[in-house]
Design a binder for this molecule. Structure first.
Ligand code: ADP
Length: 192
């Protein structure tokens, strides 16, 4: 099994790259943001409780998110591995993921981060907001809050995985193909 955490601030391109990489490496892509949006669209209980946080650019509480993530993994018992996109986003979530994968006899093999500077992120998200229909992409204040939450709560996970020698940073600015290539160099090495 190969399990990868695709990491980076909002707008770094995680979703775009995960969609390509899951086919290339036959991995299951779990995007917590996509699962939340699916639940909001279908007005499930989970969706209703997540919506108020997401619309403000805040994180959904850990317990809700962790349980949801575990359920998504459990849906794929035959997987060759997972690309986690948007998870973990807090230290509590990272601890939960470690423990959960360990109980399955596996682990996070690498956190691969897409590195992109803030001004480019805001530009990309506002651009995406024109077509994504996402309330959290439409408002610059909400976007800036998401980036702030990233620095306040999520960015520390770089150290978390660096201490385990499992952190790999990749330049997230360039063409989609170029960035896929940079990520693939890291993944190929993991799978060798
Ligand atoms: P982006 O990375 O572009 O901000 P996502 O689609 O990954 O977008 O997430 C959208 C929103 O869903 C986040 O702003 C947050 O409110 C919620 N969310 C996603 N993943 C998590 C998580 N691991 N923990 C808490 N909230 C999350």
């Amino acid at each position: 099994m190969t399990n990868i955490v695709l990491f980076g601030p909002p707008g770094a391109g995680k979703g775009t790259q995960a969609t390509i990489l899951k086919d290339k490496y036959d991995l299951i892509h779990i995007s917590t943001g996509d699962v939340f949006r699916y639940n909001i669209k279908n007005q499930t209980e989970l969706g209703l409780s997540a919506k108020s946080y997401i619309d403000k650019g805040q994180l959904v509480p850990d317990e809700v998110t962790i349980n949801m993530l575990k359920a998504e993994v459990e849906k794929n018992p035959e997987a060759n591995g997972f690309i986690f996109d948007g998870f973990p986003r807090t230290e509590t979530q990272a601890d939960a993921l470690e423990e959960f994968l360990e109980s399955k006899g596996t682990k996070v093999h690498a956190m691969i981060a897409l590195e992109v500077e803030d001004n480019i992120l805001v530009e990309r998200l506002l651009e995406r907001g024109k077509t994504s229909g996402r309330a959290d992409d439409a408002d610059e204040q909400v976007i800036r809050n998401r980036i702030k939450v990233y620095y306040d709560e999520t960015a520390i996970l770089k150290n978390y995985y660096q201490e385990k020698d499992r952190y790999f940073g990749v330049n997230g600015v360039g063409s989609i193909d170029e960035i896929t290539e940079r990520l693939s160099i890291v993944i190929d090495r993991l799978m060798k």
